[in-house]
Design a protein around this ligand. Sequence first.
Ligand SMILES: CC(C)(COP(=O)(O)OP(=O)(O)OC[C@H]1O[C@@H](n2cnc3c(N)ncnc32)[C@H](O)[C@@H]1OP(=O)(O)O)[C@@H](O)C(=O)NCCC(=O)NCCS
Length: 397
Amino acid sequence: MPAAVHVRELTADDLDAAWELGRFAFGSDSQRPASTSTAVPGLTRYGAFDDAGRLVGKAVDLHHDQWWTGRAMPAADVAGVAVAPEARGRGVARAMLTALLRGAHERGAAISALYPTVAAPYRAFGWEAAGVLRTVDLATASLPRHQPAAHLTVRAGAPADLPAVAALYERVGRHRNGMLTRRGELFDFFAADRGLPGDGLTLVEAAGDLVGYAIWQRGRGYGADSVLTVDEALATTADAARELVGVLGSWASVAPTLRLCPLDGDAVSTHLPLESARDHKRDLWMHRPVDVARAVSARGWPAHASGTVDVTLADPLAEWNTGTWRLTVAEGAAELSRISGEADFRLDVRGFALLYTGAARARSVAQAGLLHHPAGVDPSALDLLGAGGPAQLLDYF
Ligand SMILES: CC(C)(COP(=O)(O)OP(=O)(O)OC[C@H]1O[C@@H](n2cnc3c(N)ncnc32)[C@H](O)[C@@H]1OP(=O)(O)O)[C@@H](O)C(=O)NCCC(=O)NCCS
């Protein structure tokens, strides 16, 4: 199979073949979503073609933005990577991801996340495992019971409430690291003409302002195996979270299991009996910088973080990142400027990903062999790169 592959953006004529390739790789339903046969704004579809012009691989660059400490960062999140079975193990994914990174860099992306079915190829391309999207099951009856609070109103939401829901999501997510902004052409395209995102939307309001919401899918039946799936439950005050959790707990008699993705340390999670949560699903996600200089300058930084550290970075797939850099963090901003020579710290791009996302500290990265430094030099100076705590994603793609 292909001695060399040619990678280019897919055109409308390629979309049938791309759908087939993806359908076989992921075992999708034969019912084809309309979006797979048309151009979709806010994403770039790449295809790899063999010498005969046959499509042998595909990958999609999703033009997301992610919140990083108050600033929206342009991301090239990757989805739908598939290689024809007969062409696997011959460098097709490598060629596609190299082109995707180059294209993402040209369009101004700073970082990238993806959910791998297998981590090894992405490690070979510079991504590293940085977090897990956990879906957990809780016994609905174990949620704390709650007397409705007189100062809060609970009501069922309607499509007209969705802008307020989006605004609350933003208040929860924008100061954190990693969460999608859910803004932009791609989200507008899929949100157009859509009603409620779930079967139901429960709203909690204080003096007319939205302070909490839960979007849920009812599921079937009311027996012992009935599940209420909460797509999202967020709140901006402890009272609102308590109220929301109380409403969710009221489903116990007809939906003994509550399924949801907790957001670490947020208002709702701090009211959930997480000690009894059982993992229903774990989706590992990986991260990589697309452009390290942008990844540092375009994000927000905690005001208390400050310092300077020099590092020599190796990034074989994105050579614009390779070289020696000086990281300067001060007063809520940071920059990476090129300097000459070799620094004491020699960092692999995967080590950069671990530090940047707060998934690991420099000592662990060194122990993993992704950071090298002279004996006697304390690597923890590089922890500066991870200021702002661990990143977390709440969207699957
Ligand atoms: C996973 C997949 C996309 C890899 O594509 P590919 O063209 O075979 O990968 P490449 O030949 O470019 O290999 C790239 C690297 O990953 C390694 N690799 C590829 N598939 C691997 C696997 N399943 N397990 C471990 N390592 C793997 C290769 O050894 C190679 O390493 P190297 O560069 O260090 O030599 C392809 O096997 C596939 O389509 N699988 C089914 C669908 C799927 O799982 N898609 C991924 C969704 S996230």
